[in-house]
Every structure is written in C-alpha cells, then in structure tokens.
Design a protein around this ligand. Structure first.
Ligand SMILES: [Zn+2]
Length: 413
C-alpha cells in the first residue's frame, strides 16, 4: 500500500517517497479514512470488528489519481486532423485553417447539453476505470456567453450526478473565437467580454473555482493573460495557465507573480523559469500525452524541474485535439520513458502533488485519517509495474468516497 503520507506537496528527493506499508489496510467510515496502518493493526481496532472486509489479495493499492488538467466537455473527436498531422501538417497550420480549437468550438456550439453530458459521462467512466477519482475540467470550446455557461453548468451537473469529483475551471481565454478575429479591436472586445461579462457571471453563479488562460503564439499574449487572470482574481477565481508549450511566452513568470495554482505544459521553459518555479508554490504540471500524440520530440524538462525544487505534477490534458486519453497510467509510462521520471516520482506527481495543484491536498491525494477514501487497486505485485506496462489497463478496482466505482471485467476465455 502506497500511502503518500506526510504533509503538503513534494519537491526534489521527496517526490520519490511513497510511504509504503507492506500488508497495509485502511478502515473506512462514511466515505472517509478512519485509520491507516498494517493489516494487523487495523484488524485489531475495536471499530474494525463489524466492518465489511474487502481483501485485495496482495495487489498494489494507492490513492486514486488526481487528474488536474482536462478539457472534459467537447462534442466530438478530431480524428480527421490526426491524419493531417501524420501527413506533416503542424498543430498551428491546422489551427490557421480553422481546424484545431475552433473546429471543436463549431461542433460544441451546435451540440445539445444532453449530447455533451452523455459524452462526458462516458469519459468519466473511463477515467474511473484507469484509477482516477478526481478530474479537473476546463471550459473553452464554447467561447461565447451562452456556450461557455452551458459547459460550466454541465461541470456542476456532472459533479452532482456521478461519483467522481469534477473541479471546474473557466477557460474562456482558450483562443480568440472566429467572430472576433482579424482586428486588434476585435481581440480587445473579446477580452472585455471575458473580463466584464463572463467572469463576473461565472463567479456569481459559482460555476468555477479557477480561471485559466492559454498564453502562447496564436492564443493570448502575456499582457492579455495578465488582464484576464487579474479580473478572475478580483472575482475570487484562482489563476492557472497554459504556459510555454509552443513558444516561451513568459506566462510561467506571470503565473508565479499572480500566485497561480499551476503553470501547465512547460516544454519551452528556460533556466530562469525553472529557478522561479523551484522557489514558488505554483505547481509545474506536465502533460506528456500532448507531445506524444502530436509526435513532438521536445518534452518538458522534468528532471531539471524536479532537481530545481519545483512541485511537479502530471495530468492527461484529455482533449480532442492534442491528448485524447483518459489513462493516467499511460501518462505515467510517458513520464518515466520520455521524461525520465522514476515510477515513484511519477506516482507522487499524479496524486498528492496534483491534489495540491487543485488546492485539495487536505482531502485527497494521500491516505490519512479524515481524508476521502479514494483509492485505486492495480492487478500487480510491484508499484513500478504501473508505468512499466503501457497501453493496457491493469487497474483492478477503483473506490471513490468508500464506494466501488470500477471493478475489472471478469473475462472468461
Ligand atoms: Zn489544456
């Protein structure tokens, strides 16, 4: 049993400390962890006498994964663009031909809430099947008042109607929508729509906790990002950013200055950015699924970030254009093989550090008394086999707030 016990997020060498208990057990009451320890100790507790026993038979148990960066709500895949990319078109070339994010915007605006919700629910079933128990979800494929609010209201409904926690982020600043493009006044008008209309409305209806901006070439500049994130802050939305993915925009330094919860992507960070992250509470969230799917050679410098003291987290970036996966174990495989993180570091990055990126480290991401009974059990004898096997699902059971939400299929052959 990997407890990830201890206080707060992990930096440097501490990322490798998993708090392993051999033959461990948990006592769960009302969806919360009532006790953690060896099986002998837990079975001996007076409170354990009447408890229902779930024997996981020597398998690996760890806190449920926290996926701190997804674009959960979208209308359809972009498989047609996948083919174009393989033939050599770059992500930005596709975006210029009104493919990319704007392609998803067109499809989302035309979709009904019911269809969007059904697709998201099916995705959440997959997240659970791969051991994830908390999912952050960003808006950003609506980009007009009605469609952005439609997405954020779906986050709220999904959080209420199914067992996984859905943490809502407003990403109205994903890109400038087609109808505002082409002139500087158009872009200005869209930013005004975000800061003067949408952000106040989102905050008032309590539709999001975080405000995100895609700060990069083809999206928003650092100055524009600052304006939008500061407006979010004034309305109680905690900043986070898409930063240094295609180019180095300086968004990470801005994120740190604004006290952002996380700065995500980071393929193009420089040594000053790494040093600044090492001294800050802003989490460095790495999304290697994106580079893998796009076939890019340059991954984020995970080793330098860890050695520089940054709080490193991992997430799927589940989205239809650049990272169509709900599998955190696959992200761990990429983190180990492509980013040169160790299996222990990758697990920490996908649990307690990711929980910190969502400001929920007191409730999820590790096993401790009073925390949610969120856990994943893997059909493996050694935790290092979680990333070692790739492209297959070894998750045997997932529990959310003490309730089993996934159990591996009983296949007979
Ligand atoms: Zn993203």
């Amino acid at each position: 049993m990997l407890t990830l016990g201890g206080h707060g997020p992990r930096r440097g060498a501490a990322l490798a400390r998993l708090g392993i208990i051999r033959d461990g057990a948990l006592l769960v009451r009302d969806g919360l962890i009532a006790a953690v320890g060896t099986r002998g100790k837990i079975e001996g507790l007076p409170d354990a006498a009447g408890a229902e026993k779930l024997d996981v038979g020597g398998r690996v148990v760890l806190p449920g994964f926290v996926d701190s960066h997804t674009h959960l709500i979208h209308a359809a895949s972009r498989a047609e663009e996948y083919e174009l990319k393989i033939e050599g078109a770059s992500y930005e070339e596709i975006a210029r031909k009104s493919g990319g994010i704007l392609n998803s915007v067109k499809k989302l605006r035309a979709a009904t809430s019911e269809a969007l919700k059904l697709r998201a629910r099916r995705a959440l079933v997959q997240f659970a099947a791969y051991g994830t128990t908390t999912v952050e979800a960003k808006s950003g494929y609506g980009l007009d008042v009605a469609s952005e609010l439609k997405i954020l209201r779906l986050h709220k409904e999904l959080a209420a109607e199914q067992p996984l926690d859905v943490v809502s982020t407003f990403l109205g600043a994903h890109v400038v929508p087609a109808e505002y493009r082409g002139t500087p006044t158009g872009v200005k008008a869209y930013i005004a729509l975000l800061t003067e209309k949408l952000i106040p409305e989102v905050a008032q209806e309590k539709l999001a906790e975080f405000c995100d901006v895609f700060c990069d070439r083809g999206a928003f500049t650092r100055e524009q990002a600052k304006q939008i994130l500061e407006a979010g802050k004034r309305h109680g939305l905690v900043p986070r950013v898409h930063a240094e993915q295609l180019t180095r925009s300086g968004a990470t330094q801005l994120a740190i200055k604004l006290g952002a919860a996380s700065s995500d992507h980071l393929e193009q960070v420089n040594s000053n950015d790494i040093a600044a992250l090492g001294k800050s509470q802003t989490v460095a969230t790495l999304l290697p699924g994106c580079d893998f799917h796009l076939g890019l050679a340059k991954y984020a410098p995970a080793r330098k970030l860890i050695d520089g003291g940054a709080i490193v987290a991992l997430a799927t970036d589940y989205n239809p254009g650049t990272s169509p996966t709900m599998s955190m174990p696959m992200i761990l495989s990429l983190a180990c093989s492509a980013l040169r993180m160790t299996p222990a570091e990758a697990i920490t990055a996908a649990t307690i550090n990711a929980a910190y990126a969502l400001r929920r480290e007191k409730h999820i991401g590790s096993f401790g008394v009073g925390k949610l009974a969120d856990l994943a059990v893997f059909e493996l004898a050694d935790y290092r086999e979680i990333p070692y096997y790739f492209g297959m699902n070894t998750c045997w059971l997932t529990m959310k707030r003490g309730v089993v939400v996934h159990a591996a299929n009983k296949t007979t052959i």
